[in-house]
Design a protein around this ligand. Structure first.
Ligand code: ADP
Length: 166
């Protein structure tokens, strides 16, 4: 049987507890042999960390989650569907926090379905505890020296503090 592989493409700038929740829930489903987290550049957002830094940080944070699961982190290159196909992924995972997210995700989902009908888009509804949480908000709180407990993993807090100098 071919490997069942899923891809979670995101900016992860930085990764938040919302991303973490999606990752844990996909692993818990146990329907994939390999789960690949792909760190991409989003030209619409200004990045705090480079892709290389984000890949490194994500690897450190998810190391404890592995626990028998095949979980890998890579830098995303090119179109998501092409990247997914090249690695033999049959599913692309995304999270949905709100109707606004849904509008954006549906648009991307339709496009991806058009480009690659063989790859399924799977959407997980956000945990209500994290439905307000975005990397953009986290960066704003960090830049203002606010409390990041409960928003991002501890390692990410450390990295954010040293990056913004607060
Ligand atoms: P992108 O720049 O690709 O939107 P993000 O890192 O902001 O990258 O988000 C990537 C994916 O993770 C999206 O599907 C988004 O909806 C999901 N996501 C982000 N934050 C959360 C959260 N708090 N709960 C659930 N899903 C989330």
């Amino acid at each position: 049987m071919p490997e069942r592989r899923a891809l979670f493409p995101a900016s992860f700038d930085p990764m938040t507890n919302g991303h973490m929740d999606i990752i844990e829930r996909v692993l818990r489903l146990g329907i994939f042999d390999e789960f690949v987290l792909a760190v991409g550049e989003n030209p619409e957002k200004s990045a705090l960390f480079s892709v290389t830094e984000r890949v490194e940080l994500l690897r450190e944070v998810v190391a404890d989650l592995k626990n028998g699961h095949t979980l890998t982190v890579q830098a995303l290159e090119g179109l998501v569907v092409d990247f997914a196909r090249d690695m033999g992924a049959t599913a692309i995972i995304r999270g949905v926090r709100s109707p606004r997210d849904f509008e954006y995700e549906a648009e991307m989902g339709f496009l991806n379905h058009h480009l690659a009908p063989d790859i399924e888009m799977l959407f997980l509804i956000a945990d209500p505890r994290y439905a307000f949480l975005s990397s953009t908000l986290v960066k704003q709180v960090a830049q203002m020296g606010g409390n990041l407990d409960g928003l991002v993993p501890t390692r990410v807090i450390e990295r954010l503090r040293s990056r913004v100098g607060r």
